[in-house]
Ligand binder design. Sequence first.
Ligand code: CFM
Length: 539
Amino acid sequence: MVKESIYNPEEIKDKLVADFPSKIARKRAKAIVVNTGTDETPQIAANARTVPGLITMRGCAYAGCKGVILGPTRDVLSITHGPIGCGFYSWLTRRNQTRPPKPEDENFMTYCLSTDMQESEIVFGGEKKLAQAIEEAYQLFKPKTIVVHATCPVGLIGDDIHQVTRAAQEKLGIKVFGFSCEGYKGVSQSAGHHIANNQIFKHMVGTDNTASPSPYRVNLLGEYNIGGDAFVIEDLFARCGFELVSTFCGNSDHDSMCRSHTAELNLVMCHRSINYMADMMETKYGIPWIKVNFIGAEATAKSLRKIARYFGDEKLIEQTERVIEEEMPAVSEARQLYQERCRGKKVMLFVGGSRAHHYQELFKELGMEVVAAGYEFAHRDDYEGRRVLPSITVDADSRNIEELTVEKDPERYKERVSPEKCAELAADGVEFKDYAGMMPEMEAGSLTIDEPSHHETFRLLELYKPDLYCAGVKEKYAVQKTGIPCLQLHSYDYGGPFAGFEGAINFYKDVDRLVSSRIWSYLEAPWQRQTQVKATYGI
Ligand code: CFM
């Protein structure tokens, strides 16, 4: 179609917003930037309110708290305080898997518990019903911990969930606490991540000082075990000799999170959803954090090496190299095979708050060209790198999310790396507290778009005709109706795992199946063909 436009990203940018009223066009234009291919990235508008009327890809704060952060923790019993729809639509809709170690171990993830608020509670208050629901849940399941998630009406009518949970905790003698994650907080699910981080940090982290005897103790932060990714990473860690204390929160349980402050190093996978936890644990307990990425074979090898180097033990480093050596031949073989069919194909990714960056690694390995990418709800630091953090202005929407004041723990704070060691490791590629963001890694001329609307998505498809579009279920079928395959990078459709070496091979295969399939050429219905025949031959 408009093939030459591919080389005119500025022109495309104008076309994407051309149909909007001028005020909206101006606002949206700030969220669309042309990458420079260098560290000098332009500023992008992110984490801003969605323009009313535009169809958004985003979710709500409740989804970010209950679904994303708490969703994969198997033995913390979640109750949704709200109308039944919120509970129902967040019930088993994310493919976060879990594997209780023993058959008798608890797994509440398959349940949907809600106070099912009715009109009478909306009018007269729902605290009584919530107290009853907590007791009923306790009698049924006898869990170690019950948590309550607030939905929009709870905040609107002013139910005090924290007072109710405190009373329940006293009465039942188990841990009960709440999340004020009303859907309207903040501008997206990102607010819910922050709220969840705060409460888990306050009520769980640091409540059990039992430490494992291994000196190589790590936490994996921001890995949610979608399609079994965490299982792959757990296996790699075990083989390398790293002791995983806790994962936030893929395949996790309550007790491991309570012990997580005993780790020596925090590994941050999804920076957007869990950076708060990493920073708070560093301030309180002195646990440093590094950014890792287990999406992509090369990225996985690099991340494993960083961890081994941090501990610096020769045997650990050797063992890590052995694991990488064992895994790489199969990856290279698959890559060669699939590259032949995928090389040069164009792809776009618009996903969440970290995957639009992480998955570019896998597309690079396949030789595919990322022409446009963006997050739904990330902040400027996820795009431009943490160096821009001081220049991010806090607006009213962020101001109403609690910022915890965290201090050094007088007994348990321990400096893990001296400043000299820190500099030495940095020179060796192990940078602490650093994330360079997505944009510096993208090719010059490619587009970065924050939270593209439905309209912009379709303009993009028209202008670029990419070979593959990556997004979620809300976009998938609409995109495929245009004859362009869509891979769900939230749920992996029915596939995965995509993490680690094994995951990379799975990914190459799935991408090849999508971009090499001829099915898209059969998209025209017979009557459409008929019209064409008529037009061509006049019959
Ligand atoms: Fe982090 Fe996630 Fe993501 Fe996210 Fe999510 Fe998800 Fe995602 Mo869907 S925590 S930001 S809120 S990596 S559910 S596992 S796939 S949007 S890119």
